[in-house]
Design a protein around this ligand. Structure first.
Ligand SMILES: Cc1cc2nc3c(=O)[nH]c(=O)nc-3n(C[C@H](O)[C@H](O)[C@H](O)COP(=O)(O)O)c2cc1C
Ligand code: SF4
Ligand code: SF4
Length: 262
């Protein structure tokens, strides 16, 4: 079994790993790394094959996130059991139909499309302090294991459209608008940044360089090619990356995953 995941804060990686464990073996592989290995936005097909091939990624603004779209547009999957797990913080809604649409375009026949609710990492909107209190490590493990056991049992289903086309069209437009210049609009680096470079290591998009703009530094400078994953702000060891709109300074990273492994 091969399970390809895209993650910002570890949830998708954790689910992918639990699926491999439940299936008694397999590999969890990074979508970001696969895209980097193929020269990012190149055109050649990436062939994924195995007795079972899986895709795990988060929902962004009720849609499939940009790197997963990029990946799906590049892959050819050769397997008799193809599954996808959409991992979300509160509501996935049109993401389900968005994924089905892309799969249809790419000739990918999903056997199982499942959802998995995980802690919400979206600091610009949600109160992560409250969420961290409620969503304990035990709960995270139980949620991941529930979907992992469905995959291990080769369950099928969830592959029918649920939402009308105009609703999906609206969601996609909105997601594109929200993602536009996300890093430039949302992040501000505070003066106590130590210049350690961990945010750049964690960034799956390679979107952070270091500069001495404004006479300070070195400080992270965002490049405008952001995947909106929030790995940078959620992994900074001194919590120096503020998000516009955040309710407090609480941050989230999956407790079972070591950061900087995107
Ligand atoms: C840019 C962005 C948009 C998000 N939009 C949604 C959303 O529409 N619905 C939802 O339920 N969760 C949303 N989330 C929360 C994530 O889907 C959720 O926390 C997920 O578990 C993160 O997975 P990861 O740790 O693998 O990155 C969003 C997160 C980000 C960073
Ligand atoms: S991880 Fe935090 S402290 Fe380190 S360079 Fe990035 S913003 Fe600065
Ligand atoms: S800059 Fe931050 S939010 Fe954007 S892709 Fe990199 S780690 Fe993710």
């Amino acid at each position: 079994m091969k399970v390809y995941y895209f993650t910002g804060t570890g949830n998708s990686r954790y689910i992918a790993e639990r699926i491999c464990a439940a299936a008694g073996g397999g590999e969890a592989l990074s979508i970001a790394e696969a895209l980097r290995g193929q020269g990012g936005a190149g055109t050649s097909d990436i062939v994924l094959s195995g007795d079972a091939v899986g895709l795990v990624f988060p929902v962004y603004w009720l849609c499939v996130p940009a790197p997963a779209i990029q990946f799906l547009r590049r892959v050819r999957i050769e397997s008799s059991y193809i599954f996808a797990v959409l991992n979300y913080g509160g509501i996935a809604l049109t993401a389900h139909d968005h994924l089905l649409e892309i799969a249809r375009e790419r000739g990918i026949r999903l056997s199982l499309l499942a959802g998995c609710r995980m802690p919400d990492n979206f600091a610009p909107w949600y109160d992560l302090e409250r969420m961290n209190r409620r969503f304990t490590a035990d709960k995270i493990q139980a949620k991941a294991d529930r979907v992992a056991s469905r995959v291990a049992a080769r369950r099928k289903g969830g592959t029918h459209a649920t939402i009308t086309r105009p609703f999906l069209y609206y969601s996609k437009k909105r997601a594109a608008r929200e993602a536009l210049d996300f890093d430039k609009r949302i992040f501000r680096v505070e003066a106590h940044c130590t210049g350690c470079g961990l945010c750049a290591q964690a960034c799956p998009a390679g979107n952070i360089r270091f500069g001495t703009e404004g006479g300070t530094g070195p400080r992270p400078v965002f490049g405008g090619a952001c995947w909106c994953c929030l790995a940078c702000t959620n992994t900074c060891p001194v919590n120096a990356i503020r998000c516009k709109g955040e309710k407090n300074k609480a941050r989230y990273y999956n407790p079972f995953v070591t950061p900087i492994e995107n």
